[in-house]
Write a protein that binds this ligand. Sequence first.
Ligand SMILES: [Mn+2]
Length: 305
Amino acid sequence: MTAIVVGHKNPDTDSVAAAIAAADLMSKRGVPARPYVQGKIPPETVFVLETFAVTAPELLGPLAGQKVILVDHSDRNQAPADLDQAELLGIFDHHKLGDITTSSPLFFHALPVGCSCTVIKQCYDFHGVAIPRNIAGVMLCAILSDTLIFKSPTTTDDDKKAVKELAALAGVEDYAALGMKMFVVKSDVSGVPGRELLFRDYKDFEMGGNKVGVGQLEVVDIKLLDEARPELHIALQEAKAEGRHTIMLLLTDIMLEGSELLYLTDDPALPEKVFGVKPGAGPLWLPGIMSRKKDVVPKLGAAFK
Ligand SMILES: [Mn+2]
């Protein structure tokens, strides 16, 4: 039976690239596997797949009776709803440990690095399996995307080493230029409905019995989001009304290296507790805040304890 490899809901470049790479590695290790996605592939990822002529993974179907490998998450609320009806073979990840449990032994490859594809690159090397040129290209882009071209505090030396080696394999001479091209594509949000933008790179968390959501839009110039602001505010209000204690959206400017925080919460003291800044009349700009995973989620979780 062919195993299903799939990343988290609201797929990003890492969750798509990691599924493609993990399926290739597992297949070459004797476990036939195919990559899937849990939702619409975002424009940044479409650009990456087209650049390296890699076929987009299909949309995931029912999991009952299937063998599954997860990439880029180990949280129940980011996994397929019917995961319990499948056999979980293993996980490749680089996030905090989630709440998925299994009744059978599994493999679990996780490292505190900037990208799932860095973990999978090391697994290819460990097993002495060659990475195909086009898959090296999408893995390269995933690391550049997740690490914001090494500007994110999640970046490690392992990520930088993987990027250099993958760039060589993919025949990419200037990986920083390729990364910028990718972020320019990602920054084009014109005509995209506010709700789609809010949920494009979005995660819900369970914090102290509350549903807390954090979205992030990473652009090369925060002004590119000006036109979308009215719709984003409506989308935030709708999402808040759907039973969330708190909803946050980080508007990250990767050139200015900081984020503006849009938020709605039942706890007015929350922004100060988490970021140490009192919201004023103007936009809430957070210098140096680039990573949901490293700069936001741990402090947010602590504030709910
Ligand atoms: Mn990732």
